[in-house]
Design a protein around this ligand. Structure first.
Ligand SMILES: Cc1ncc(C[n+]2csc(CCOP(=O)(O)OP(=O)(O)O)c2C)c(N)n1
Ligand SMILES: [Mg+2]
Length: 341
């Protein structure tokens, strides 16, 4: 099996171009608007000290989470880093449960115990929310191993940042995924920086997908600001993982508009660089596509704006009014105080 893999051509995969219909694209657009407004409101709440700890925003990267997660089946597992809020919404998590989690409330998706970095939903097969860079890659491989062992037809999708691709755990997970032909898709969100460190200071090439070559594993690098292109690539990789039980690495070129977290003013990059990327704002790119390809859908823009605004204001109110977890329950959901005790 190994020699068969070694003999394959490992140049980047040409992604087949599927068509996408107007109803579907407007759904993806709506999700991105929701993510954007959710996080703008979270940033405001953070400055009002309603949110403790760190807050890492996904603003600018929405096309990646939206395109990839919508290409999955609801049964597929999703795992991601601390930049987690928008992906939870793409998975069908509610703005209420997300905002309440940020506020540390009992009604949050992790019952207020996870906070910003550790959103989790067993029902939605959304397996976190991980803070240590690359740590979840071997866990994703293990998850895909379980699916293969049980023959349950599920795919695991594991999001990492560009900062993870030189981390040991990333390579351990990739190695086993290739060796055991696991149904897993590794999504590298190359937003150009790991905290303040540009990729050029940690890798000899701008093409992070070459990390797949060592195992070897199929790979592609795709424009991450266009939700349609992201969706097509993800669909290809997920179908292949499901039907042929083979892993793939997808790199998406993207950009975060804010600093690494709310604590970072982002002084290591120029205003011009940020402005250049904002010309490819994923929300605007999707909007332009709809205007060009599906003009009959444009009448929905205003409704979406109003609906999303109401949903976000409702979520903030809900989070504000929800109770904190009861201190007497502090031991719940731990090995000593929970069902495992
Ligand atoms: C193993 C490990 N080393 C260092 C850190 C500190 N740290 C937190 S985020 C981060 C940068 C990660 O960048 P990237 O993977 O590109 O993700 P992004 O923040 O751009 O989404 C670092 C070094 C950590 N959390 N884990
Ligand atoms: Mg990064």
């Amino acid at each position: 099996m190994a020699s068969e893999l070694m003999a394959q051509d490992h140049s980047p995969t040409q992604i087949p171009q599927d068509s996408i219909d107007g109803d579907y694209l407007i759904k993806l657009y709506r999700q991105m608007v929701l993510m954007r407004r959710f996080e703008e409101e979270a940033a405001k709440a953070y400055t009002e000290r309603k949110i403790g700890g760190f807050l890492h925003l996904y603003i600018g990267q929405e096309a990646v989470g939206t395109g990839v997660i919508n290409a999955c089946d609801p049964n597929d597992y999703i795992m991601t880093s601390y930049r987690v809020h928008a992906q939870y919404l793409a998975r069908g998590g509610t703005a209420r449960a997300g905002m309440a989690e940020l506020f540390g409330k009992q009604t949050g998706c992790a019952k207020g115990r996870g906070g910003s970095m550790h959103f989790f939903s067993k029902e939605k097969n959304f397996l976190g929310g991980w803070g240590i860079v690359g740590q979840h890659v071997p866990i994703a491989a293990g998850c895909a191993f379980a699916s293969k062992y049980r023959n349950d037809g599920r795919v695991t999708v594991c999001f990492v940042g560009d900062g993870a691709v030189s981390i040991g755990a990333f390579h351990e997970g990739m190695c086993l995924a290739a060796l055991w032909r696991l149904p897993v898709v590794f999504v590298v969100e190359n937003n150009q920086y790991a905290m303040g460190t540009p990729l050029s200071r940690t890798m000899v090439t701008e093409d992070a997908s070459v990390r797949a070559l060592g195992y070897p594993m199929a790979r592609a690098t795709v424009e991450g600001t266009d939700v349609v292109e992201v969706h097509q690539a993800a669909k290809h990789a997920i179908d292949r993982a499901r039907n042929e039980s083979l892993p793939m690495l997808l790199e998406f070129k993207t950009y975060r508009y804010r600093g690494h977290s709310m604590a970072d003013p982002g002084k290591y990059r120029t205003k011009d660089e940020v402005a250049e990327w904002k010309k490819k704002d994923p929300v605007l790119v999707a909007k332009a596509r709809i205007e060009r390809d599906f003009p009959e859908q444009t009448s929905q823009f205003e409704t979406i704006k109003q609906e999303v605004e109401a949903e976000i204001q409702d979520a903030v109110k809900f989070a504000d009014e929800s109770p904190h977890p009861d201190p007497k329950d502090v031991g719940l959901y731990t090995y000593t105080g929970g069902p495992f005790a």
